[in-house]
Design a protein around this ligand. Structure first.
Ligand code: MLT
Ligand code: ZN
Length: 469
């Protein structure tokens, strides 16, 4: 079959891109772990176009790899090296279809950037709370497909919890549409929950009805020096109680990460608190007018008196708040600039994190002496990016050779703690083997049966989440 002319006839010339220079960036994942090939990047202009494309691809057995902003960490949006998988870009489905302030919802198409969704909510005095470092370029369809996490999960939940309904195109082109803001609809299986986090392997999400919240009117943000991770857990409980559970961000940053950021990220500003082994970025928000800075100050002063913290600075301006946030959000960039890194996106029950850090650090010292630990992240969710960077003066080959034994040891430790080897970045292509190893066999069998039922020809993102047959 002459594929390209058939696609052009189906969707129009402007929807089919084959120019190697133009499509090059779509063939490499964000972390540059994979480099794929494709006959074309197809960008339908609407849901009907996605439907036509998938029906055509199912009929002819052509694999399709959906792609949003291409900011994922596990290679879920990258085609394989065969050169036979089409890339389906959702970028032209970029309308906010509706903002409904009274029902606290908005309907956005998959190709809207997360930032546009946040701004549309803000314009209606509402909050869409999903918040990620890549929000200017990641797309809401990708956030939904991967069930993205971010820095407000503690208060608002993962992306799955922020969805009223979805519009999804199935492999055969059939469109499931459920975009109403019903808070109660107890009719049968939770289909939307199935598609969120399925990484494009069960259907292609083209639009979503998203939950909004009252816009915050009061915000207080602090950068806190703490002596050890255990102090973070105690402080979190105290602050949750003292604030009426209005802690929206509670992020852990080790000294070594702050140091990397201050050295390597242009414009990063020292928070001004005394040096400590660990720091917290803490934010409390409220939709009412309240003095949250006073609340933070009294809780943190008490913590300092009791030795739970050694110093704290409360942001005195929007600029200082942005500076604190910048220190946390640019840790991944600083790690990249520092050279090769090994990453583990783990979670354990929140209160077990200090023990996990202690035992995990011992593993790092024993297995990967060429690396040093940069463990940071969403301590309020029990989720750490348990990452390593290479020590200066060590052999890159030796450092990288530790990847597999260290991954096995860290993930085994995670399993011992009853945790997850992929807390927020999904499975993609990178962690298919880990899922096979750590998921219960019964769970895996159900996943395979669902995949078979919804995509019997295996055209949707083959080899991602589950191994392709
Ligand atoms: C973050 O929390 O900064 C991101 O999930 C990125 C990372 O894992 O490094
Ligand atoms: Zn993260």
């Amino acid at each position: 079959m002459d594929l390209i002319p058939r696609l052009v006839a189906l969707l129009g010339e402007d929807a089919v891109q084959t120019d190697a220079d133009i499509i090059a960036s779509t063939l490499v994942d964000h972390r540059k772990l994979y480099r794929g090939a494709t006959p074309a990047v197809v960008s339908p202009r609407d849901t009907a176009g996605v439907s036509k494309l998938l029906a055509f691809c199912t009929e002819h057995g052509i694999a399709v790899v959906p792609q949003g902003g291409n900011t994922g960490y596990c290679g879920a949006a990258t085609p394989d090296e065969s050169g036979r998988q089409l890339v389906l870009s959702l970028r032209r489905l970029d309308r906010i279809r509706r903002v409904d302030a009274d029902n606290f919802c908005l309907v956005a198409e998959a190709g809207c950037t997360l930032q546009r969704v946040q701004e549309a909510a803000e314009a209606a005095q509402r909050l869409f709370p999903l918040s990620l470092g890549s929000e200017g370029s990641c797309q809401i369809g990708g956030n939904l497909g991967t069930n993205a996490g971010g820095t407000a999960v503690l208060r608002y939940g993962m992306t799955r919890e922020l969805v009223f309904g979805l519009e999804v195109v199935l492999a055969d082109g059939c469109v499931l549409s459920s975009l109403s803001p019903l808070r109660k609809d107890n009719t049968g299986y939770d289909l939307k929950g199935l598609f969120v986090g399925s990484e494009g392997t069960l259907g292609v999400i083209t639009a979503a009805c998203l939950k909004l919240f009252p816009a915050p009117r009061s915000i207080a943000t602090a950068w806190v020096s703490i002596p050890e991770p255990a102090a973070a857990i105690t402080l979190l409980s105290r602050l949750r109680a003292a604030s009426g559970d209005r802690v929206s961000t509670f992020e852990l940053v080790p000294h070594v990460a702050l140091d990397l950021v201050l050295r390597l990220v242009p414009g990063a500003r020292d928070p001004g608190t005394s040096r400590a082994p660990w720091y917290l970025l803490v934010e409390v928000t409220s939709p009412a007018d309240e003095d949250l800075a006073a609340l933070l100050e009294s809780t943190l002063s008490e913590a300092i008196e009791q030795g739970l913290a050694t110093d704290a600075a409360i942001a005195q301006s929007g600029t200082q708040r942005d500076d604190f946030w910048g220190l946390r959000e640019t840790v991944p960039e600083a790690q990249r600039r520092a050279g090769g890194s090994l990453k583990h996106d783990i979670s354990v029950p929140v209160a077990a994190l200090p023990d996990f850090i202690e035992r995990g650090s011992a593993l790092v010292r024993a297995i990967a002496p060429e690396g040093y630990l940069v463990a940071y992240g969403h301590v309020g969710d029990g989720n750490l990016h348990f990452n390593l960077n290479q020590r200066e003066g060590t052999e890159t080959g030796a450092f990288l050779s530790r990847e597999l034994p260290l991954k096995r040891a860290v993930h085994d430790l995670v399993a011992e703690f009853g945790g997850s080897f992929s807390a927020e970045h999904g499975i993609g292509r990178l962690k298919v083997g880990e899922l096979e190893r750590y998921a219960q066999p019964e769970e895996l069998a159900v996943m395979r049966r669902i995949k078979q039922a919804l995509d019997p020809k295996g055209i949707l993102n083959p080899g991602k989440v589950l191994r392709a047959d």
